[in-house]
Design a protein around this ligand. Structure first.
Ligand SMILES: Cc1cc2nc3c(=O)[nH]c(=O)nc-3n(C[C@H](O)[C@H](O)[C@H](O)COP(=O)(O)OP(=O)(O)OC[C@H]3O[C@@H](n4cnc5c(N)ncnc54)[C@H](O)[C@@H]3O)c2cc1C
Length: 417
């Protein structure tokens, strides 16, 4: 594809599609390349504008050898892409090509200094002016390959020599990602690994919901463990936010991808340790000390030394010890309090909802995509990138970095550089 004019079609103008257009522009200077980005919404990059709570956590400045561990089962697949175009390359591109200065926050997370994901999207659109034809309000309905790719959209048909498929996953469908990547990849015989929500809130069953909903809006630092029966399958310490439907916040969202695909008939729960800095024994010793020193104080008041007052009150109520004073507080009562504070079991109602998830787990099988180019192993000239693939990263800029790294490999391969 390196000689003569090349027509490149980018299907889907989210983060991955926009990054691909940027990389093609950057790498193809002086060449006769025609790039069209086809987007079904009225403006590209809707999901990009809500990233990082509207501030866009664009990448994570960890060394690539550490960064790759944040991609779960896709660690080996993503490694070459991260090595070829890693966080430092993203930072360099954002700062030097787009003119968007970045800053580093906790845990190596990188954000634009302007703190605005909308500015990131709009700056990219400005950068693409003159190099990329952006066709909005055009839903791709069918893609066939004859001699060239024939792309049928709601706005007419287009021919291309190469296609970048970047229609996203199924999470957060209100931003445009409604699973069309899978339909289009399916038209070429690609296998779709079953879809689930990752980085998602969880809903609690009725018996556990009262506790969470009465604390709706309160956030705590806790260790959360996912239990299938009595087996711990994932755990994380961090912020947990109680909500009227259940639990959310970074720690809960991080372990949500490990909820089994089907939990019917299974006893799946989240165990919360609200005082992760103390072991059960240490907490019991602290309690005994306080009980000895404050005989006339209510236990809920003493517990509020370890947890927010509203949380302490709910725990005492759940343990059935509301109203009890330190004086006469028995060993059995202490056991109950320790259980509800450090082993608080909350049952899940169902699997995390994909519509509420930040990213999709599952997607186009990685076995059918060349990890060094992002080209389909089934169809020459078809490149698949972004959330469409069976890759989900942890939070902290990992998912946008994956889009950026994959976009680079695809652009380089299409242009055969
Ligand atoms: C609330 C939220 C916050 C997030 N924050 C971060 C963060 O701070 N850092 C981070 O790294 N990741 C973050 N993520 C994840 C990140 O946004 C995604 O991984 C990333 O946007 C995926 O990019 P994509 O281009 O593959 O898909 P998308 O961004 O979903 O883009 C797909 C595009 O394709 C278009 N499309 C779909 N079907 C068709 C069709 N048939 N024809 C034409 N166009 C079509 C859609 O309209 C859409 O514009 C966040 C996600 C959410 C939901």
């Amino acid at each position: 594809m390196s000689s003569g004019s090349i027509r490149i079609g980018i299907i889907g103008g989210g983060a991955a599609g926009l990054f691909a257009a940027c990389q093609i522009k950057r790498l193809s200077a002086g060449r006769d390349i025609r790039v069209s980005l086809i987007e079904k919404s009225s403006i590209p990059g809707k999901k990009l504008t809500v990233t990082g709570h509207g501030r866009c956590n664009i990448t994570n400045r960890k060394d690539v050898s550490l960064l790759k561990e944040g991609y779960h089962e896709a660690v080996n697949f993503i490694y070459p892409a991260l090595k070829e175009f890693g966080p430092e390359d993203t930072i360099c591109f954002m700062e030097n090509e787009l003119g968007l200065k970045l800053k580093e926050e906790d845990n190596n997370r990188m954000f634009p200094v302007c703190d605005s994901a909308v500015v990131v999207r709009d700056t990219i659109l400005d950068y693409l002016k003159g190099s990329t034809e952006i066709i909005c309000d055009a839903k791709v309905m069918e893609v066939k390959k004859d001699r060239v790719f024939k792309v049928k959209t709601s706005k007419g048909s287009f021919d291309f020599d190469a296609i970048v498929l970047s229609c996203g996953g199924s999470s957060f469908p209100k931003t445009g990602s409604t699973g069309d990547s899978y339909k289009i990849a399916g038209m070429f015989g690609h296998t779709i690994v079953p879809l689930r929500g990752a980085l998602a809130p969880v809903r609690l069953e009725d018996g556990s919901l009262g506790f969470a909903s009465s604390l709706s809006g309160v956030s705590v630092t806790a260790k959360v463990s996912l239990l299938c029966g009595e087996k711990v399958t994932a755990s994380r310490t961090g912020e947990v936010l109680f909500a009227d439907f259940g639990l959310t916040g970074p720690a809960v969202m991080a372990i949500s991808r490990e909820v089994p695909a089907d939990i019917s008939g299974m006893n799946v729960s989240i165990e919360m340790d609200l005082i992760p800095s103390l072991s059960d024994e240490e907490f019991d010793m602290e309690l005994q000390k306080l009980i000895g020193e404050h005989a006339d104080t209510k236990m809920a008041t003493l517990l509020s030394r370890f947890a927010t007052a509203s949380v302490a009150a709910e725990i005492c109520s759940k343990a059935g010890i509301s109203g009890l004073y330190a004086q006469g507080f028995t060993k059995e009562n202490r056991k109950k309090l320790i259980r509800e504070t450090k082993h608080l079991r909350l049952g899940l109602k169902d699997v995390p909802q994909i519509e509420k998830a930040y990213v999709t787990r599952g997607g186009v099988s990685l076995k059918e995509v060349d990890r060094k180019t992002m080209q389909s192993k089934k169809v020459e000239g078809l490149y698949i990138i972004g959330e469409a693939l069976d890759i989900d990263g942890i939070s902290g800029g990992y998912n946008l970095q994956a889009c950026m790294s994959e976009a680079y490999l695809a652009a380089r391969s299409i242009l055969e550089i």
